[in-house]
Design a protein around this ligand. Structure first.
Ligand SMILES: [Fe+2]
Length: 223
């Protein structure tokens, strides 16, 4: 969710294309809510450090560059450049949105089962938490190439749904589903520890699933 993405205010140079057109918001890397080694043994500190400080940071840097070019092109009514920037905005903006959710979706105190209204909704839509886990694990493991598996909320049908997205395509902008819980299956998320055995990594994710965060997103999605 964009709302969870941290942003800082930065002023454009006064002699920039926009001149005194004002200030614009730049995205910045959100702090992890735990230490890099906090999710061991399920996710190694090496993976977490690289994933957060290098990969996520790169998406943010490239998103800021693309947004700056977008602002310049828009100011000049350069529609061709505005259109040409869309893939970079989708890829890097999606990368920022997805990872910002992902860090919150995990916790060193995670695992177990959800409770309350989310548990009731999972039981209604999937029969049981185990069935939901099996279905999400299966489709996520089967993603060809890089992408994400998601548990999302359909605000029209008031139901939970499982979906996958390729590359960094963000769930809501791509499918309309509100993202609740995501599993990153880019190789950078697991290869250092799990090599090519993606199913073991996906199974391990459930041991650090932060159901309190997922329940909060579910509650917000219903409003
Ligand atoms: Fe990632």
């Amino acid at each position: 969710m964009l709302a969870s993405c941290s942003r800082t205010l930065a002023r454009l140079p006064s002699k920039g294309v926009l001149g005194c057109a004002s200030a614009r918001l730049k995205h910045s890397l959100p702090d992890l809510p735990y230490d890099y080694n906090a999710l061991e043994p399920y996710i190694s500190a090496d993976i977490m450090r690289l994933h957060h400080s290098k990969h996520h940071a790169t998406y943010i840097n490239n998103l800021n560059v693309a947004e700056e070019k977008l602002a310049e092109a828009s100011a000049k009514s350069d529609i061709s450049t505005v259109i040409a920037l869309q893939p970079a905005l989708k890829f890097n903006g999606g990368g920022h949105i997805n990872h910002s959710i992902f860090w919150q979706n995990m916790s060193p105190n995670g695992g177990g089962d959800p409770s309350g209204d989310l548990l009731a909704q999972i039981n209604k839509d999937f029969g049981s938490v185990d069935n939901m886990r099996k279905q999400l694990s299966a489709v996520t493991t089967a993603i060809q190439g890089s992408g994400w598996g998601w548990l999302g909320f359909n605000q029209s049908s008031k139901s939970l749904q499982i979906a996958t997205c390729a590359n960094q395509d963000p769930l809501r902008a791509t499918t309309g589903l509100v993202p609740l819980f995501g599993i990153d299956v880019w190789e950078h998320a697991y290869y250092l520890q799990y090599k090519n055995v993606r199913p073991d990594y996906v199974n391990a994710i459930w041991q650090v699933a932060n159901w309190k965060d997922v329940e909060a997103r579910f509650k917000e999605a219903q409003n």
